[in-house]
Design a protein around this ligand. Sequence first.
Ligand code: SF4
Length: 203
Amino acid sequence: MEKAGHPSRVSPQAEAPHGAITTASGSADAGWPPPIPPWAAPRIWAAATASVDHHLQLRHIGLHRPTRHCARAIAEVMVSLDPPMTALAQATCPDCVDPCCRRATLWYDLADLLAIGFLGLPWPPGQPMRSVGAPCRYLGPGGCRLARLHRPWICTWYLCPRQRSMLNSDLRSEAAAVTSRLAAMKTLRVRLVETFIEASGRA
Ligand code: SF4
């Protein structure tokens, strides 16, 4: 199972993407998420992805060039994050007795949709949760069935306590690079949404 995320020194409140990984002691972000993930109904999911597709068709007038640039930068950071995050997942998830992918409340947010759309990736069939409390639809017998770029960002951002400890000990040489890439992703995702909204206002 592929789970990854933030080192312990990164504040969840400061960094939290949309969604929550609940723990035995409760949600990682009290009061959040709301009870129903956004765009979960198939009709609304189709409308959300179609609205991004609509803007992608404006590419010939160059309006969304900055958004596309951000999406490519996001892809580069994700590619560089994949080896350490995959190593953490492979070292911890197979023998985990309570895998977060089975009980996490999480969803694609606007930045996730924009990154997928502007990178030209196919749309996932829907939000990970079909209903509140259901396991992620993308969880297969061997773990996550999605490539990292196709997952909600929270799936890469989140580190369970065991993974956090392993990053800070066994993978200590990677920790600084991982922390800086996670911070870069925060900035890029904000910029992605900002450039999209700015350009959309001019469309
Ligand atoms: S998309 Fe689902 S199965 Fe994949 S890492 Fe995220 S929660 Fe786990």
